[in-house]
Design a protein around this ligand. Structure first.
Ligand SMILES: *Cc1c(COP(=O)(O)O)cnc(C)c1O
Length: 442
């Protein structure tokens, strides 16, 4: 890339801002891109260069940057109420959002609890599950099960169910790790096995664990259909059906972490819908505010809610965050749900997903090092066999040179774009991915 006119600005950012998920020293080589503005699927930097946002700015953006409809809703809300505490108070946006989310679950999960980020939603679901069992007189049920390679956030509580070594190892002394059972990763199919066979094999391992440990287990937590952060690991919905049945049989809660896969990402509003099951808890965040403001929500059933409803304060769920149910964030989420309804987004995304799949099949399907090209809805990924060390950072840099924001996880290249890409943008995304791939493998 040619020299930035903003070298001084970048130096200030690197000196004063400790960037997330980053070894700061890598920025001696790795570019830091100062962004000025966004419009649709594009980000524009301070030098006027543009980048197609192929990962929705860390999986949060759904309908483009500076979306006029979400902007308008936020301007309206700003004139009325920016924030009020949610203990002892209520307001229009939080009630309307809770009702609409309940309706999206067919009123099966009709109680919405709010926080500000995904990891907090995970912790809330874990705490609610354990507290539920305690309120039922079963305080011994306080352990969790998660899948190999699972990611549910990085706070100390969420790390108990996150199986990504690089995020967890340094903090091992702080974490009370849950049990880890095999992932139904479809790539693990042995000769002749279908993805559903792999799912049944993984479910058998889950059952073996439950048979021994259900009495001390509060919940199983899963990322439905796609384990995102460990490299867009995709699996058959059969696993969710079997897990639901096993959780019922062994009296263990099922927590669906839909933080990444919810909000239409996989082709249905909730990924669980593709398995025809409902969990006891749904965690939502990321896309629910359209990528505008930090908000997370834990939805739970009447049965869970009822176990906390009592005269004693201590039987209640006393968890809180300062910005719980922030009206601006709720209003952004309502504007996002309006777009889903008005534009028939779930149906429209089927066409976009098919185009995305075709474009990538044509662009990288024949590359000799590309393995396991896979897709579900608006998430597409492939693995690069024999990639050199440092591949992810190299690819990121090569993609930026080609006006593309993609950030591989290890040797897995993936795209998870905003839903609003035009056909020309889809073609651009696929074509530049191929070019960046070739440049990173030289
Ligand atoms: C991103 C993510 C989280 C954590 O959300 P944060 O807002 O980053 O804390 C949890 N679970 C899944 C599946 C995620 O993708």
């Amino acid at each position: 890339m040619s020299e930035s006119r903003n070298t001084a600005f970048i130096a200030r950012s690197l000196a004063a801002v400790w960037h997330p998920c980053t070894q700061m020293k890598h920025h001696e080589q790795l570019p830091l891109i100062p962004i000025q503005r966004g419009e649709g699927a594009w980000l524009y930097d301070m030098d006027g260069r543009r980048y197609l946002d192929g990962i929705s700015s860390w999986w949060v953006n759904l309908f483009g940057h500076a979306n006029p409809r979400i902007n308008q809703a936020l301007k309206d809300q700003l004139e009325q109420l920016e924030h009020v505490m949610l203990a002892g108070f209520s307001h229009g946006p939080v009630v309307e959002l809770s009702e609409r989310l309940a309706a999206l679950t067919g009123h099966r999960l009709g109680h919405a609890f709010y926080a500000s980020d995904g990891a907090s939603a995970t912790e809330i679901a874990l705490k609610m599950s354990v507290h539920y069992w305690r309120n039922q007189g079963e305080a011994g049920k306080n352990r969790f099960i998660s899948l190999a390679g699972s990611y549910h956030g990085e706070t100390v509580g969420a790390l108990a169910v996150t199986d990504v070594a690089i995020f967890r190892d340094a903090y091992a002394p702080l974490v009370r790790p849950g049990a880890c059972v095999p992932s139904p990763d479809a790539r693990l199919a042995q000769d002749g096995e279908t993805p559903a066979d792999v799912a049944r094999r993984a479910a058998a391992a889950l059952e073996a664990h439950l048979a021994e440990h259900a009495h001390e287990t509060a919940a199983l937590i899963v990322e439905p259909l796609i384990q995102g952060a460990s490299g867009m690991v995709m699996y058959d919905p059969e696993y969710l059906r079997l897990a639901r049945a096993l959780c019922d049989r062994y009296r263990v809660h099922l927590i669906a972490d839909e933080i990444a896969v919810g909000c239409g990402r996989t082709g249905t509003f909730f990924a669980c819908e593709q398995a025809g099951i409902w969990p006891d808890f749904i965690c939502l965040s990321k896309g629910i505010s359209g990528g505008y403001l930090p908000i997370s929500i834990v939805l739970s059933t009447d049965a869970i809610y009822a176990a906390f409803y009592a005269d004693e304060t201590a039987r209640g769920f006393l968890h809180s965050h300062s910005y719980t149910g922030n009206p601006l964030a709720c209003r952004a989420a309502l504007a996002t749900l309006d777009i889903f309804a008005q534009d028939d987004v779930i149906a429209r995304n089927q066409t976009a997903a098919a185009r995305l799949g075709d474009a990538f099949q044509a662009a990288v399907g024949d590359h000799p090092q590309v393995r396991h090209l896979r897709q579900r809805g608006m998430i597409l990924a492939f693995d690069v066999e024999g990639a050199p060390t440092g591949f992810a950072r190299r690819f990121f840099t090569e993609a930026l040179k080609r006006e593309l924001l993609l950030r591989p996880i290890g040797n897995t290249v993936y795209t998870l774009p905003p839903y609003i890409l035009s056909d020309a943008e889809i073609a651009f995304l696929a074509h530049q991915t191929r070019a960046a791939l070739e440049a990173s493998l030289d």
